[in-house]
Design a protein around this ligand. Structure first.
Ligand SMILES: [Zn+2]
Length: 184
């Protein structure tokens, strides 16, 4: 399934004060833009369970500004009834069904751009099973994964690059960004 990027200016494109590059962004792939308030929400949620893995969905859009494509994360929805164990997390049928209902109601027109889950005190990486989930459910070239280790205070994004799933940096947009109102 191909999804076309919708035109939208990159938030804070000309305003370096309100954005920060974290880590290193691969020059040949679609950059990830996340709003700080969403990142904080995800970190707060991640800290709710230090014993088991929990997860959720990243919501926003796949956009193009001129010729530059990017992915913007505007919202986060925790997964309901994700079956979690110390080192694996599975989205159940109910997780997906609940997500689609809630996303349609709260964020109409937005897309699922990726998924999030935690690795309490084991570090940030994608396990073989995580890669299986990503390949099967998040196979579009711009879809991303975020892993948070709430115990070690680490996080990392992962994205597609030449058929591989690689870790990558991202751009954080700060709340006082004037573009935010425009983005709704
Ligand atoms: Zn994992």
């Amino acid at each position: 399934m191909a999804v076309e990027a919708t035109p939208k200016p990159i938030p804070c494109r000309d305003d370096a004060k309100h954005r920060k590059l974290i880590g290193s962004v691969h020059p040949d792939v679609v950059p990830i833009v996340i709003h700080e308030r969403v990142l904080e929400e995800i970190i707060d949620y991640s800290e709710e369970d230090m014993a088991r893995e929990i997860g959720g969905f990243l919501i926003g859009g796949y956009h193009v500004d001129g010729t530059r494509e990017y992915v913007e994360i505007r919202h986060f929805l925790p997964a309901v009834d994700a079956r979690s164990q110390p080192a694996s997390l599975t989205f159940t049928h109910d997780s997906w069904a609940h997500f689609h209902r809630q996303a349609d109601q709260e964020y109409p027109g937005e897309m699922m751009v990726g998924w999030h889950h935690t690795h309490p005190n084991i570090g940030v990486f994608l396990s073989g099973f995580d890669q299986f989930i990503h390949r099967h459910f998040f196979s579009l070239p711009w879809q991303i994964a975020l892993v948070v280790d709430p115990a070690r205070c680490e996080l990392e994004f992962f994205q597609w690059r030449d058929g591989d799933i690689v870790d990558c940096g991202f751009v954080c947009i700060y709340d006082e960004c004037p573009d935010r109102q425009e983005a709704g």
